[in-house]
Design a protein around this ligand. Structure first.
Ligand code: GLY
Length: 378
């Protein structure tokens, strides 16, 4: 893909790829088939041993498959395959599963199948897609988030899970999965996106009628505020729906979201705050928003004409380079690469301004995209 990357940016990305390879190999040798989330005292622990359902568990194997594809180093493949098998306990257990099954199985089974044509992986991917499709509310026309009493909840994050449904339709030849994905994307566009390009994190709908009842704060500062990772899910999520459907409204929605976040990132020297509409103090960063947006900008750039690309490619590079310079930890003795990730505005110290595995996933994907060495995991 020609993103129109300058020679100097390409040289930067080449250098980062070398550093990623060294650091990720060191992390692999410590973790073995463990599933990391946030390092404590510089060390990852196996979150899979406590919570095989946790929504971020796919990002480490996603990194491993991306690095395997880019380097052909078998160590990455070996550990990615081990994690994929561990996820079978979640498919079997079922009750802990949620709307984030896309994040879990796109980055494991579907990635494996795409790269190796493993038939067991295809079966796992289709199983997960059926679970995601089963969460669809046909009256409200949305995929419900979470479990329990939240029967009418729709969230912007799910835009990143519906590529599992687009994949399942192509793979099985059955259009139902893609119908559900598009129906959900249309509802998200109409209800979650705001006219100024920002997005609500959550909308609570009446599950019997689909009427929008409330838009609470979710992981942002307050109702009506602007959680930067949620805005980034919108950028990348709508760009991916365009990729799979070629419906212009999705590309327009992705661009509108992108223009909104670019204006806000630029306001703070390309180092993202957790919420664009929160008080200036305390200043809290969330680098993961930058990494997700950077991938989203590159996805948009892949669908538009040469004269239009520079805004998106240059913005992706500004984010990646600013956050790498300010927040990266390349010490191979310590786990985690991109620091200052924050799970939620009102979270505790354990998940505020720390390296988080999905920040490293999207950083890796973005760098490999710039070098033309990625594969589309979505
Ligand atoms: N999908 C949950 C989050 O972004 O924190």
């Amino acid at each position: 893909m020609n993103y129109q990357v300058t020679a100097s940016d390409r040289a930067w990305a080449e250098g980062i790829f070398e550093k990623l390879h060294v650091k990720l190999k060191a992390e692999c040798s410590r973790l073995q088939d463990g599933i990391p989330y946030i390092p404590h005292d510089g060390r990852y622990h196996d979150l899979g041993a406590n919570d095989i359902y946790w929504w971020t568990n796919g990002f480490w194997p996603g990194i491993l498959w991306q690095m395997y594809h880019a380097s052909e180093d078998e160590v990455y493949r070996q550990y990615a395959e081990s994690v994929e098998k561990r996820f079978d306990a979640a498919l079997e257990g079922y009750e802990g599963l949620h709307h984030d099954v896309g994040f879990m199985w796109l980055h494991t089974a579907v990635a494996d199948y795409r790269l190796t044509a493993n038939k067991d992986s295809r079966r796992r991917g289709l199983h997960a897609a059926n679970l995601l499709a089963g969460r669809y509310n046909p009256v409200g026309q949305f995929i419900r988030a979470w479990n329990g009493e939240r029967t009418g909840w729709i969230i912007i994050d799910t835009m990143m899970n519906i590529p599992l449904l687009y994949w399942a339709s192509k793979e099985s030849g059955d259009p139902r999965f893609a119908y559900i994905a598009q129906s959900h994307a249309d509802t998200a566009m109409n209800i979650l996106l705001r006219p100024d390009g920002s997005s609500n994190h959550i909308a609570i709908l009446d599950p019997q009628s689909g009427e929008c009842l409330e838009t609470p704060a979710g992981q942002g500062f307050a109702p009506g505020s602007s959680w930067s990772r949620g805005q980034s899910w919108a950028v990348y999520g709508f760009a991916l729906s365009y990729h799979h459907t070629r419906k212009q409204v999705y590309l327009d929605a992705a661009k509108r979201s992108a223009h909104y976040v670019i204006a806000n990132f630029a306001q703070n020297d390309w180092l993202p705050v957790v919420d664009f509409r929160s008080p200036a103090e305390p200043l809290k960063y969330d680098s993961t928003a930058a990494m997700i947006s950077a991938c989203g900008f590159l996805e948009i750039a892949s669908h538009i004409g040469d004269h239009e690309k520079p805004l998106y490619t240059a913005s992706a590079l500004r984010l990646l380079r600013a956050c790498e310079q300010a927040f990266a930890d390349w010490d191979i003795e310590r786990d985690g690469i991109i620091g200052k990730g924050t799970a939620a505005y009102h979270g505790g110290p354990q998940d505020t301004e720390v390296p988080i595995i999905y920040g490293d996933y999207f950083f890796t994907e973005a760098v490999l995209r710039l070098l033309g060495r990625d594969f589309l995991i979505w």
